[in-house]
Design a protein around this ligand. Structure first.
Ligand code: BGC
Length: 705
């Protein structure tokens, strides 16, 4: 009944709308005076357009007074008073910044990500914003690409699980609930495959790769009720994603039954002219709308040309109505028709930077950092340790990372600040004599917050030479080096890694960087993060990722120098650290992998068990990972595919039996005839602490139909 009433309400509004007003709902306007990607924008023109009902949504405005004025203009000065939808990139925090998303994914912690995104939504929604352009679920394989920092890493299963966690946290299952915001999953699709890691570059992928690897996170996001999908800048099957009927209609609408709003990326609709698939803006409007794009971000092709195409009968008014209804429905779900000012609050600063938010920022920073090396258990620090704090980033506050919304660097607590406010350790000066007599040297380096993110592709991701030289210099004075590495991506750290006794990869941790690092180094909290993106050994190995195909001439460790195997003459194949890897101060022993049956039929449940022991006196978390490998299949499949994981807390010396339940579903993939099937063949089931150190058992699928 409620749904029917809402539908009638929207249909009544639609009936009153002129064609121009309908097209207006499909325009997301900028509101600034600037020149971006060659366009001069003038904020005042947006106001005039709002009055004429030519604007459906506004992006990237965050000043509450401005938002309020814009909404008031729409509601009081436009003919039908349809409220505006306010969208903003709140990617890993609004005012309280959390670690970058790549770091958050290292937590493998669904509950934590949901708590973080709920907190992000809480701050955002109390500051006038209705929708965030998040989560970004592009799979990434090339750390040269700056946007790896926004992603969940290289695995489709993990990214799917985390996508749902983000959406559940943002949307709260009910957009009318106070504290929720609408989510927009992006970028549909394949953007993470930009050739050579160069921003906005061409993408080439096969249909099967698209379905097996790239689609699952989007599918999960849609099943989780995501409100919006954003198209990607790149081409897919030689058509720009934004004007790609196969992607938008066949896949999103027909196969995945997505009935929310499809929006372009920033001017990506008109960029199809640069891709040389459209002649002019009229052509842009036709091709994008015909392909299934509802809303244009910033571009004005619909505004100026859609009407003509519809009047000529070449695009249908029914399709226009459907697109408009989707936008109106989103606004209605957000409660905007009931109260267009519902996201404005008195004294709204009370909702940001709360103690709870800062604690959560610290907790997530601690859980997202990855301990890569801890030689001779140099960590945790001992209370009696005399330490030196040094390195180019030891007092750095530029640790928020890109897409930081309204977070401010001045609020970031650096490592130096965290240590100096505490009398736990004797902190020596970083003069040569002091470095020599120190027990341990904490050395921070890496790349600052603005080095990754959109438009920050790098051809060279080696640590800068002066940083390597610096580490060598310190090493000559005192080899007890504990490296803390800040970065928005996996950097090439091979040389400094070899010089250090311990390495903590800290990414860009956000406001609580210093306290989180201090807590981990001193053992107040125990490292538990595990890599979701491979750290290469050498730049020339890129792209490098764990779920690659086997080759016809695989590398053979017994004949490492055999020329005609798949290998490099001048470098090993293995990465420096593989996907799934991360150390703890505890050590975990895996034993007794067992499976409940040797053959598997439809409706069967396969129980996979393993005993995991915490062989230490630390209470610690471990992420237990389960992978499969198809021993044969009609098409090549990855050497390992993550299918399940569990993050568990272990008491000192505790042993737990970890159980996973698999079914035929977990063995399926798109095969040679594009059937989604678990072919009747042999598979390996593997369990372990990372994608490299795995125990295995074999199972045969004998019936799946
Ligand atoms: C990015 C999107 C972002 C949009 C709006 C684009 O440049 O690719 O991810 O949501 O801008 O700011």
């Amino acid at each position: 009944m409620k749904i029917k009433n809402a539908q009638n309400k929207l249909l009544n509004i639609l009936k009153k709308m002129t064609m121009e007003e309908k097209i207006g709902q499909l325009y997301q306007a900028p509101f600034f005076s600037d020149v971006v990607t060659g366009h001069a924008f003038d904020a005042s023109s947006t106001i005039e357009r709002i009055k004429k009902g030519m604007v459906g949504s506004v992006l990237s405005v965050h000043k509450e007074e401005t938002l309020y004025d814009l909404q008031k203009t729409a509601v009081e000065s436009s003919r039908l008073g349809i409220p505006l939808l306010f969208a903003f990139d709140v990617i890993h925090g609004y005012r309280t910044s959390f670690p970058i998303n790549l770091a958050l994914s290292n937590t493998w912690d669904v509950d934590l990500i949901e708590r973080v995104s709920k907190m992000v939504a809480f701050e955002t929604s109390h500051k006038g914003i209705h929708l965030t352009f998040s989560p970004m679920v592009d799979l990434v394989r090339d750390p040269r690409w700056g946007r790896v920092m926004e992603s969940n890493g290289e695995d489709p299963y993990l990214s799917s699980v985390l996508a749902k966690a983000y959406i559940d946290g943002y949307q709260q299952g009910d957009l009318s609930k106070e504290g929720s915001v609408a989510a927009c999953v992006k970028h549909f699709i394949g953007y993470g495959l930009s050739e050579a890691g160069r921003e906005y570059n061409t993408v080439d992928l096969s249909k099967r790769l698209l379905y097996n690897m790239y689609l699952p996170p989007f599918k999960t996001a849609i099943n989780a009720g995501v409100s919006m999908v954003m198209t990607a800048f790149n081409t897919v099957f030689d058509r720009p994603a934004t004007a790609n009927k196969f992607l938008l209609k066949d896949i999103l609408r027909d196969q995945l039954s997505f009935n929310g709003v499809i929006i372009s990326d920033y001017t990506s609709s008109e960029e199809i002219m640069n891709h040389k698939v459209a002649e002019d803006m009229a052509d842009v409007a036709f091709q994008c709308f015909d392909a299934g794009l509802d809303m244009e971000m910033v571009s004005e092709s619909y505004m100026h040309h859609l009407k003509t195409w519809i009047e000529k009968g070449l695009l249908s008014v029914q399709a226009l109505d459907q697109a408009v209804l989707r936008v109106l429905k989103l606004k209605d779900n957000l409660g905007l028709f009931d109260n267009p000012y519902g996201y404005f609050y008195k004294d709204s600063d009370q909702y940001i930077l709360t103690e709870q938010a800062l604690n959560l920022s610290k907790e997530s920073a601690e859980k997202s950092m990855v301990l890569l090396k801890n030689h001779d258990q140099i960590l945790p620090l001992k209370k009696s340790d005399k330490i030196v704090l040094c390195g180019p980033m030891i007092d750095q506050q530029d640790l928020i990372g890109e897409w930081s919304a309204l977070a401010e660097k001045k609020d970031v607590i650096s490592i130096v600040d965290a240590f100096k406010n505490d009398g736990d350790f004797e902190i020596l000066n970083n003069q040569a004599t002091d470095i020599r007599r120190a027990d341990k040297v904490i050395l921070a380096l890496g790349e600052a917050g603005d080095q990754a993110g959109e438009g920050n592709s790098k051809a060279d991701i080696n640590l800068p030479e002066d940083q390597v030289t610096y580490v060598r210099k310190i090493y000559d004075l005192n080899p007890n080096i504990i490296l803390v590495i800040f970065a928005g991506r996996p950097l090439i750290i091979t040389e400094v890694d070899a010089l250090a006794q311990a390495v903590l990869y800290a990414y860009q941790p956000g406001l609580q960087a210093g306290p989180a690092i201090k807590s981990l180094l001193s053992g107040d909290s125990i490292p538990s993060g595990k890599l979701t993106m491979t750290i290469p050994y050498h730049q020339g190995q890129i792209p490098i990722y764990y779920n690659h195909y086997q080759t016809g001439r695989p590398f053979d460790p017994k004949r490492p120098n055999y020329r005609y195997n798949s290998r490099y003459r001048d470098c090993k194949n293995d990465p420096l650290y593989p996907f799934g890897f991360g150390l703890s101060y505890a050590s975990f022993i895996y034993k007794n992998l067992s499976i409940s049956k040797q053959t598997l039929k439809k409706y069967d449940k396969l129980l996979v068990s393993v005993d995991c022991t915490n062989d230490s006196n630390h209470r610690a978390d471990e992420i237990i990972q389960l992978y499969i490998e198809a021993m044969s299949f009609s098409v090549a499949r990855p050497v390992n595919e993550l299918k399940a994981f569990k993050k568990m807390t272990f008491e000192p010396y505790e042993t737990k039996t970890i159980n996973f339940v698999l079914t035929v579903e977990d063995f399926r993939a798109y095969n040679i005839t594009m059937d989604y099937t678990a072919e009747k063949r042999q598979y390996r089931v593997k369990v372990g602490p990372n994608s490299k150190d795995l125990m295995m058992e074999t199972i045969r699928v004998i019936d799946q139909s």
